[in-house]
Design a binder for this molecule. Sequence first.
Ligand code: SF4
Length: 335
Amino acid sequence: MGLVNEFGWSISREAMFDECRRRYYFHYYLSWGGWERGAPRISQDAFRLKRLTSLALWRGQLVHYVATKVLASLRAKGRIPAFEDVERYVLERFDTQLSFSREGRYRTEPKKRGGELNIDWLALFEHEYGLPLEPGRLERARGECVAAMRALLESPILARIAETDPDGWAIENVDLGEFAQVFDFEGARVFAKTDFMFRGTDGAFNIVDWKTFSGARAEEDGGTGGKARVQLGVYGYYAASILGEPLERIRLIEVNLLDGARETAYAVAPEDIELFRAHIRSGIDRLSSVLAGGDIARNEPLPPRFFPVIDNGRCRYCNFHRICKDEGNPDRLPA
Ligand code: SF4
């Protein structure tokens, strides 16, 4: 059987739906099958554009990837790797990926081969759209990758992890490039992504979330309001309902690697799980409201007019600008 475009819920999916429904339509529906040679041109375009990434996002992805490799190395060798080795590795990945994108190889080379992700596959927004990428921005991102790895290697949390039994670890398999956790919630599939989980020496079940926010953004993202509460609910629900962990033992630890590995720990309360249930139910209702017959099993979108375009200064930086608002493109999808 071929691949099926299954309906699912995730925090990022719902956020895109709320931000711009047209973008959501391009990302989750129009792009589907766009990897096939015989697919309509606009689906092929949507598929290519959905995989573009911004410089800030790429930097974060690279830091996450190398953090995972650090943990795998710690598990295999029983010691924290040397900073010089990690620095060399992260810079090598940075430079190789940047060349890959700059040369436009993402247009011809597959991201996955034999089920494994090509970790050096990268498609930067600026390269696809022919926009300048100032050396100063690149140098800053390069330096931040190194700073984040130094912060990780010198962090108290890594030292604490090193004292625990690796049998109690769950490291995200980044080489598969898929969501780490998928579970059912009242008939819908829920996708979550935990970076790392470990059993502490005190018996606590720790879910670690690496962050790479600097300055004001770190403040904005802190606290237990809004999105952070929902995320806490997702992880808490997963650990309690799927893994069977007692609520009082679950701890979510956010570690900002661009802020000296500063930790913010959250306990999960029954209200967080209730909040999650209510949030996800309403999220699934809203996402299914743009499906034919509201049928999540069929997952067939309503016609494009049900996914209106928005007028927003950020449209120019949207991955799908070319097939949405570029008036010079005769193949764009009419509004
Ligand atoms: S260009 Fe603007 S309207 Fe079009 S998909 Fe992107 S954000 Fe939405």
